[in-house]
Design a protein around this ligand. Sequence first.
Ligand SMILES: Nc1ncnc2c1ncn2[C@@H]1O[C@H](COP(=O)(O)OP(=O)(O)O)[C@@H](O)[C@H]1O
Ligand SMILES: [Mg+2]
Length: 391
Amino acid sequence: MSGTLTRRVLAAVGRDRRSANRPATDLNEAARRPPDPGLILGAMQVPVVLLDRDNGFRFVNQAAEQFLGVSAQQLAQLRLGDLLPHDNPIFMLIAQVRGHGVTVSDHDLTLESLRLNKVGITVQGSALPEEEGCVLLVLQDASAARALDRQLAFRGAARSVTGMAAILAHEIKNPLSGIRGAAQLLEASVAEPDRELAVLIRDEADRIHELVDRMEVFSEKPIVRTAVNIHRVLEHVRKLAQSGFAAHVRFVEVYDPSLPSVWGNRDQLVQVLLNLVKNAAEAVTAPEIGHPEITLSTGFQHGVRIAIPGAAKRIDLPLVVSVRDNGPGISDDIKPHLFDPFISTKPSGSGLGLALVAKIVGDHGGLIEVETRPGRTEFRLHLPVLDEDAC
Ligand SMILES: Nc1ncnc2c1ncn2[C@@H]1O[C@H](COP(=O)(O)OP(=O)(O)O)[C@@H](O)[C@H]1O
Ligand SMILES: [Mg+2]
């Protein structure tokens, strides 16, 4: 956080106290005195923003920096209108606070622009009587807590199939290789019309083999981790997608090049992103979507930590990777079961994609959040960065 912004507010608040000329040795009094308000604001997990009379950022606490995704230093050069379109209802709220000098609250606001995407936000605006025109905003994100609850439920759902998948995979593969071998022998010895049938058996056996391979990822094998450059993974996935199933889609990439490596398994992360991008591409394929678009983005976000059941410590998940599409959104019927296996709305869908995604992200100690509405669906992964303790 920028020291200058903090200090400016502290200076205003602390002025009276310093001029009171109290004896420095009165320890009891010192202990009773409240700490600097700036320190308290900094420690608060709720985003707090002080706007000046032109809606410039005069003070933001650390939670607000994270919420807005912009550092205090950068915010010092910006106004709220640089982050949000001028018709956002938050400007009406601010005008009411300024005009009437009262506290105004609004719930379920959408703060959406190229840089921001927050829904379900409660905003409370108050006037500062001593600082004419200044407005103090307190922002609360109700959806974050809900998303966390959901994720832990998804984790459980994915786990419930892990044992079964491992056994099935093992049991199916053996007879399958027998069937495939027999079909190959037939292929070499039978006459033309029947050879076609033998080839069909071999191809279908290969397809089952592939499916079983995918199922095997659900087993409880520990993952082999290395430092993974997530941008290379995204690049690889985008190229695969564009040369195949997403040839019709425009890709937008918004990457933070300064990100550290993810501590994870490269191939599994490719699988995760490929599944998310494939779903996104399928969602934007409907003819009514005039400009099918998928946005891939990365960023750094402090303060997302989760306690994994059974693990001793909370895991820091500062790296955010998001896959967003402008499709119709996820249908209401399946939302509560989205990450369960075999849930699909597609005629030939396996319903295994998101279950696999939840399983792999869970194995990485990560988190996946979804926000969806017509015209905008976003899957956000929170992943751990390279950390010696985690090895
Ligand atoms: N980006 C998205 N937009 C709309 N719906 C989605 C999106 N991603 C997933 N879904 C929904 O979730 C379901 C489950 O996805 P998934 O587990 O990958 O299985 P499948 O793709 O085989 O149907 C999909 O059938 C679809 O209804
Ligand atoms: Mg899928």
